[in-house]
Ligand binder design. Structure first.
Ligand SMILES: Nc1ncnc2c1ncn2[C@@H]1O[C@H](COP(=O)(O)OP(=O)(O)OP(=O)(O)O)[C@@H](O)[C@H]1O
Length: 387
């Protein structure tokens, strides 16, 4: 937590509680994007933010960064209430906005040097960052010759210049090929190992399983489950064991007689709710049926994701319809006190209010927050052609 005055150790990097956001449709209807969204990201972890399309990931991230104003809920970043205190923490947040652009005819190093100068970052940081994002060997090459993955790493590098404690990435793998995805994955892990907290919004279950320490799964604008990846996986563990044995039909009968649940497959058996797999071998060996394979089946995040998001209650997809309540939530979903209103929203009229661009119809929602973000690093220069 060094570098963030006033933040005690043990303070979560991100806390979101009871976040609610409705968007107004063109015909006056409403679309509920967030319905009682909750999230907890411990400092120093790589946290996956996983959910199907339209689950509310981007809306949550945009709310955290002050880009849109939620209707209700509380958000804290490193213990600072946002958006009210966003200015106090924005220096410590790095985020890659979609389509970060660079001067194509300048080298990676020159692009970063310009940004470092604008942001008053020490110049030696540029080569440190190039090393961090794995571009040291390509530092002198023109950016226009970079692959999408390299550009994405450079964009992340740009945000690392100011040494953020928290990096928020919304689908950083969009449009990348498998090699690019792997590059970003390795970078995320390296940053996490270096103590940076990373919030990684993603559709890619395998990526989250491989990279993240913990995960929040969301669906229909609601939090479904949060925890260390291993714990979340354990929620789906059903003690399944794959058994390969001669005479599978006879073996299945014996195991069923012993009270086990058995599914027969063409060349093996799946035995469910097995506390001790050794019991299977013992039971079968007594009848001279010898097991050639006994493999406990680990659930993967895809199983959990499909199970949890498939059973989560759905908010409306159609404009004009309001989200339903909490009925039917899986029992492991946290129950929360009634959603508090965002502090400041009902304050006296003369009390200073956080300026939210969303307050002004037709105005670019991002003005205020982008100004804040730009102050921290300087806006990236536009991409200047392929001359
Ligand atoms: N500006 C907006 N106006 C109206 N509806 C919106 C707006 N932004 C988001 N929504 C709606 O809110 C819901 C949540 O969208 P959001 O982009 O947060 O989901 P997401 O989880 O990030 O999805 P994806 O993975 O597809 O990006 C969706 O139904 C979306 O259509």
């Amino acid at each position: 937590m060094a570098g963030l005055p006033g933040v005690a150790s043990g303070v979560p990097a991100i806390e979101v509680s009871g976040l609610h956001k409705e968007f107004r449709g063109l015909r006056g209807g409403r679309r509920v994007a967030l319905h009682d969204m909750n999230m907890l990201v411990e400092a120093g972890t790589v946290h996956g933010f996983l959910g199907p399309n339209g689950a509310g990931k981007t809306t949550t991230i945009r709310s955290l960064l002050g880009l849109i104003r939620p209707d209700a809920g509380e958000m804290n970043i490193f213990g600072h209430e946002v958006p009210r205190d966003l200015r106090s923490v924005i220096q410590n947040i790095g985020t890659v906005v979609e389509g970060a652009q660079f001067f194509g005819n300048f080298s990676a190093r020159r692009n970063l040097r310009m940004l470092a100068t604008l942001a008053k970052v020490r110049s030696t940081r540029v080569d440190e960052v190039l090393e961090l994002v794995g571009l040291r060997d390509r530092a002198g090459d023109k950016v226009k010759g970079f692959s999408l993955g390299m550009r994405q790493r450079l964009a992340i590098g740009a945000t690392l210049l100011k040494e953020p404690l928290l990096l928020i990435l919304d689908e950083p793998n969009n449009g990348l090929d498998p090699a690019g995805i792997r590059e970003i994955r390795d970078l995320m892990r390296a940053l996490g190992d270096g103590g940076v907290t990373v919030l990684l919004s993603s559709h890619q279950l395998l990526e989250v399983q491989q990279v993240c320490d913990s995960v929040s799964i969301v669906a229909h604008g609601r939090h479904v489950v949060t925890g260390p990846v291993s714990d979340v996986l354990a929620t789906a563990a059903r003690g399944e064991v794959l058994v390969r044995v001669d005479e599978p039909q006879t073996a299945a009968g014996l195991l069923r007689d012993a009270g086990m649940t058995v599914t027969t497959r063409p060349d093996h058996l799946i035995v469910t709710d097995v506390d001790d797999p050794a019991r299977i071998t013992q039971l079968l060996a007594r009848r001279r049926l010898y097991v050639s394979e006994l493999t406990p089946l680990e659930p993967d995040l895809e199983d959990v994701f499909l199970e949890l998001t498939g059973t989560a209650p759905g908010a409306t997809e159609a404009e004009g319809e309001l989200a339903r309540g909490n009925e039917g939530l899986p029992s492991y979903a946290p129950q929360h006190a009634p959603t508090p209103a965002l502090p400041g929203r009902h304050a006296a009229p003369d009390e200073p209010q956080p300026v939210m661009a969303g307050d002004v119809p037709g105005m670019d929602l991002r003005d205020e927050a982008n100004d804040l973000l730009d102050q921290t690093i300087g806006a990236p220069p536009p991409f200047r052609g392929e001359a």
